[in-house]
Design a binder for this molecule. Structure first.
Ligand SMILES: [Zn+2]
Length: 83
């Protein structure tokens, strides 16, 4: 093979992920139960869905998360001063 690892780095990461699983890091905490994650290897984004499983972060789910985040922060900040 003539190809370098750099050229296929992203593809290798994806293969790595498909074999060993994604390595998700939390990118955003929506509520205490719902978070958004991103894979450190392939940058795949997922979120906790309504049933508690990880789903691919679609624009629809992102929309829902933004709404949830807004409601959640409003409820939890109601007794605190807003800076
Ligand atoms: Zn991955």
């Amino acid at each position: 093979m003539k190809e370098t690892i750099n050229k296929y780095g992203n593809r290798l990461s994806a293969i790595f992920c498909s074999i060993f699983g994604h390595h998700f890091g939390v990118t955003k905490e929506i509520t205490s139960h719902i978070k958004e994650y991103k894979c450190v290897h392939c940058n795949k984004e997922v979120t906790t869905d309504a049933s508690g499983n990880l789903s691919e972060l679609t624009p629809e789910l992102q929309d829902i998360n933004n709404t949830l985040e807004h409601i959640y922060q409003k409820r939890h900040n109601s007794n605190q001063q807003v800076a």
